[in-house]
Design a protein around this ligand. Structure first.
Ligand SMILES: [Fe+2]
Length: 241
C-alpha cells in the first residue's frame, strides 16, 4: 500500500519528534503493509514555517537512516499545506511541494482548519486549478462545518478538487461523526485516496490496513485497492522513479 499523507519527518512539525520517533513510525508502517510513503509535514504559516528547504533537509536525514538500517520502505516528500491566501504567492514562486500529479495537474495536499471552511475556499481551489494545480482536501470528514452540514462537502465536490480520507476515521478512531461522513463519501464515490495521517506510534499510528478492511466491507475489494494502491500510485509515480 502507498501512503500519501503522514507526519514522519523528524522534528519539523507535530509528528515525529526525532529520528527515533521517525524510525519507529516507519517500522509500524511496514508492519501495517505500507511499502511507499510520501512524507507530508505541515506548512502552516506562523506555526509550522516549513519550506521545501527545511523539509528536504529533514527528509535527507531520515532517508540516510533508512538506508543505513536497510528498512524496506520507499520514501519521498511533499507537504500538507494549510489554506491561506499566501498559497497563491507560493504557487507563483514555485515554492509549493506537491504529492504528485493527477490528470496532468500537480496535486496539492490542502488542509482546511478543523473548525470551519474559510470563506473563499472554493475560489482558491478554482484559482489553483487555473494554475495547473488540483487541490486534494485532507481529511474533510473531520471538518466541523462538514460534520454539521454535509451539503458543504457537496459544494466543495462541485469545484475541481480531490478528497483524502484518513484511514483511522473509517474504524471510528475520530468518533461517530467522522465515521459517518467517511462512509457517506465512500458510498457516493467521492474519495480519491485513503491515507494514514500518522503522527505518533502511541497517539496516531499508521492504520492503513485497518482502513482498507473497512473500505472492502463497505464498497468492495476493487474499490479498496483503488484507494490504497492504484490512485496513490498514479499520483505519486513520478516521485518514486
Ligand atoms: Fe496531516
Amino acid at each position: 500500500m502507498i501512503d500519501l499523507h503522514c507526519h514522519i519527518l523528524p522534528g519539523i512539525d507535530d509528528g515525529a519528534k526525532d529520528l527515533d520517533d521517525s524510525l519507529a513510525l516507519i517500522s509500524a508502517a511496514i508492519n501495517n503493509g505500507i511499502t511507499h510513503m510520501v512524507c507530508t509535514p505541515h506548512i502552516q504559516l506562523g506555526r509550522f514555517d516549513n519550506t521545501i528547504d527545511t523539509i528536504s533537509t529533514a527528509f535527507e536525514l531520515l532517508q540516510q537512516a533508512v538506508i543505513a538500517k536497510d528498512l524496506n520502505i520507499k520514501l519521498a516528500f511533499a507537504a500538507e499545506v494549510r489554506i491561506c491566501p499566501e498559497i497563491m504567492v507560493l504557487a507563483k514562486q514555485a515554492k509549493l511541494p506537491f504529492i504528485g500529479q493527477w490528470q496532468g495537474k500537480n496535486v496539492l495536499l490542502l488542509e482546511l482548519p478543523h473548525s470551519h471552511i474559510p470563506p473563499g475556499t472554493e475560489l482558491l481551489i478554482k484559482w489553483l486549478h487555473k494554475n495547473n494545480i488540483i487541490a486534494m482536501i485532507a481529511h474533510p470528514e473531520r471538518n466541523r462545518d462538514i460534520l454539521a452540514d454535509y451539503s458543504k462537502l457537496k459544494m466543495l465536490s462541485r469545484v475541481n478538487c480531490l478528497f483524502q480520507l484518513t484511514a483511522s476515521s473509517l474504524i471510528g478512531d475520530f468518533g461517530e461523526g467522522p465515521l459517518q461522513v467517511a462512509e457517506k463519501m465512500l458510498s457516493e464515490n467521492l474519495v480519491t485516496i485513503i491515507a494514514t495521517d500518522t503522527h505518533s506510534v502511541k497517539r496516531r499510528p499508521p492504520k492503513l490496513a485497518q482502513g482498507r478492511v473497512a473500505v472492502v466491507n463497505l464498497v468492495g475489494e476493487e474499490k479498496a485497492q483503488q484507494l490504497v494502491f492504484d490512485n496513490p500510485h498514479l499520483i505519486s509515480a513520478s516521485k518514486f522513479i
